[in-house]
Design a protein around this ligand. Structure first.
Ligand code: BTN
Length: 248
């Protein structure tokens, strides 16, 4: 690891690591917080982070020359695969990934990943992967803040859940998956865990528009391969898109 700091309370661990990155912090610097007062989610949303209930941390990647040329979407998959496989290994759970990187247990959101990048021209200069995992029921947002049904790990497993052990497992998984980014198997492993495969979904396009169709899978670059209702396939790289199932 690089610098490692734990905090009782911060605004957002992604912001802490962004400051460190600007000051030259090394690869794998990690900020971990018990509570975030301004936790951030994707698409400018708030991430609910009360004290003592969750894992909230951010890790800095200084991409190698090889990583700089990896499709950017893969770094989103990296965080998701790390969390999913940690939950599989520790608690024998069967998480699904709501593309690009929400972790679902029993169809409910349990963890989210926020990837923020500083670009130097067309190349990533640094990448911050922020991960929030609902561990205890107190981490689940109240209904008025929920966009998608949510749960927490202890509600899904009878096994005891220790936050330090979970953090360690996620970090080990992240380091291991990072080594395999160029390998086609990386995309296959991400794809195998996709939620709502071949089921009717709505893809919210961020700009207010939406598309109906089905998830066909992932492209070799980690973009969503989306089958529109007219049968045509369209690829969507990770951006401000979000998916929801069409309820029967
Ligand atoms: C999402 O699902 O919208 C992404 C949520 C990411 C939350 C984590 S918690 C640690 C890090 N710090 C933040 O402010 N956000 C990420």
């Amino acid at each position: 690891m690089g610098n490692v700091q734990t905090y009782a309370q911060v605004g957002s661990t992604n912001d802490i690591v962004a400051e460190w990155a600007a000051g030259g912090a090394p690869d794998l610097s990690l900020a971990l917080a018990d509570e975030q007062t301004h936790g951030r989610g994707r698409a400018g949303r708030r991430w609910y982070s009360p004290a003592g209930t969750a894992l909230a941390f951010s890790i800095l990647l200084r991409p190698t020359e090889e990583e700089k040329h990896q499709p950017f979407s893969k770094f989103s998959g990296l965080g998701a695969l790390a969390v999913a496989t940690a939950l599989e290994a520790l608690y024998a759970l069967s998480p699904e990934i709501k593309w690009p990187n929400d972790i679902l247990l029993g169809g409910r959101k349990t963890a989210g990943v926020l990837v923020e990048t500083a670009w130097s021209g067309a190349e990533p200069e640094h990448i911050i992967i922020g991960i929030g995992i609902n561990v205890l029921p107190g981490a689940v947002p109240p209904p008025e803040l929920l966009r998608f049904p949510a749960t927490c790990i202890v509600a899904e497993t009878p096994q005891p859940v220790e936050r330090p052990a979970l953090l360690r497992q996620v970090l080990e998984a992240l380091l291991a998956w990072r080594e395999t980014l160029p390998d086609p198997n990386f995309i296959l492993e991400w794809e195998q865990r996709l939620a709502f495969r071949e089921r009717p979904v709505t893809l919210d396009l961020g700009s207010g528009g939406s598309l109906h169709g089905e998830i066909a899978g992932l492209t070799s670059e980690g973009a969503l391969n989306f089958r529109c209702v007219d049968g045509s396939l369209r690829a969507f790289p990770v951006g401000e898109l979000s998916l929801r199932p069409v309820r029967d």
